[in-house]
Design a binder for this molecule. Structure first.
Ligand SMILES: C[S@@+](CC[C@H](N)C(=O)[O-])C[C@H]1O[C@@H](n2cnc3c(N)ncnc32)[C@H](O)[C@@H]1O
Length: 364
């Protein structure tokens, strides 16, 4: 059973994810450039097929795939498939609405001759038939664990740990270890599934929120510190039982670039299936941080930061609230606390988007 139900639905993620969009923009050119080397199927053969994994409600995913479709159009006029995939619990209605912005019957947002479809399933298994795929992409997705390990983190919400060790928040190396192992095993399954799906010379681009070991920075810094502090506020004022905090674990792992490519080097079947063309850690721009440079911009920064973190954290927090409590009210008050804390102490919750990414080629 997947460890998440997806992003906050109804278009909320779409409206609060320009930070993820900026990270995609930083990595997509790697793949656009590589489209020049892509094997183009002969006219009349099976169509060129692209798959995006973890597309969510589609705004960022469709924009990225449109960029790729344009690059492909420069090589061939033949029809192509673009497949969008996510967990079955994803808000696919919103994805289809984004694909047809001018209403049903209009051409999809990807351009002439580019056909779109959605597939539900987990990226840690096969999504399309073997050897049917030319390009696979995955943005801001493979940090989500396939399943939570049997482990506890009673003094924090996330295995990566807080950005600063405090009296009430800490994660030990022993506590982190089961999450590291789960993430490593997920990644091997992800690569094996893509190795099965991609044709020889097919391309795989991965970008995901991560960690820069050298600079001791993680894309989780700030976000989970403020969420943790706001949850503890609700425990302290009696709104939430302490066990809700102690039992709550975000099914996420923030990898380094080293960890991202490690299975390709250490697993013989993956080493013979893939070549790593490029792998890097990049600090990508955070649009809402620009507010901090504006006089009096802290309020707007706090508001936009809160929307950004709410879009991907609310479904996980909501699932942890006992059914006898008024979840909607609690969530509203939690994210109000988050916003207030951010506005009062912006330096304490500095957020920088550390992305890790890799471009791989399927070997023949
Ligand atoms: C932060 S969103 C990223 C959306 C989009 N790719 C972007 O970059 O804006 C992460 C997405 O990954 C999806 N996801 C999480 N685990 C997944 C899995 N095992 N298989 C497929 N999608 C998954 C979530 O449902 C969510 O829609």
């Amino acid at each position: 059973m997947p460890s998440t139900s997806g992003m906050k639905p109804g278009g909320f993620y779409d409206s609060h994810s320009d930070t993820q969009g900026a990270a995609i923009d930083a990595f997509l050119p790697w793949l656009v450039e590589a489209i020049g080397e892509l094997p183009i199927p002969p006219t009349g053969g099976p169509p060129l097929t692209l798959l995006d994994l973890g597309s969510s409600q589609g705004k960022n995913a469709i924009r990225a795939m449109r960029g790729l479709a344009e690059a492909i159009r420069r090589r061939t006029e033949s029809p192509a498939w673009v497949l969008f995939s996510d967990l079955p619990t994803n808000d696919f209605n919103r994805l289809f609405a984004n694909l047809f912005p001018h209403g049903p019957g209009s051409t999809p947002a990807l351009g002439e001759g580019v056909f779109a479809a959605a597939v539900a399933g987990s990226a840690y298994g096969l999504i399309v038939p073997p050897a049917s795929l030319h390009v696979a992409t995955s943005f801001n997705m493979i940090g989500w664990l396939d399943a939570l390990p049997h482990a506890r983190l009673p003094r924090y919400l996330l295995a990566t740990g807080p950005s600063a060790r405090g009296d009430r928040s800490a994660v030990t190396d022993e506590e982190r270890e089961p999450f590291r192992r789960q993430a490593a095993s997920d990644l091997r399954r992800f690569y094996r599934a893509r190795a099965g799906e991609l044709v020889p010379d097919g391309k795989l681009l991965i970008q995901v929120f991560g960690r820069d070991e050298a600079n001791d920075r993680s894309a989780s810094d700030g976000i989970y510190d403020v969420l943790s502090a706001a949850l503890l506020d609700l425990v302290d004022d009696g709104t939430l039982p302490a066990e809700v905090y102690e039992d709550l674990i975000f099914p996420l792992y923030f990898r380094t670039t080293r960890e991202l490519v490690e299975p390709i080097e250490s697993e013989p079947d993956l080493a013979s299936a893939f070549r790593v063309d490029r792998a890097e850690t990049v600090e990508t721009p955070v649009p809402f941080n620009a507010e901090l440079e504006r006089d009096g911009g802290h309020g707007e920064w706090a508001r936009r930061f809160t929307g950004f973190l709410r879009a991907f954290t609310e479904p996980v927090v909501a699932a942890a609230i006992p059914t006898n409590l008024a979840a909607e009210e609690i969530l509203a008050s939690l994210y109000r606390r988050v916003e207030t804390r951010l506005e009062e102490d912006p330096d304490r919750y500095e957020f920088r988007f550390i992305s890790v990414g890799a471009l791989l080629t399927r070997l023949g």
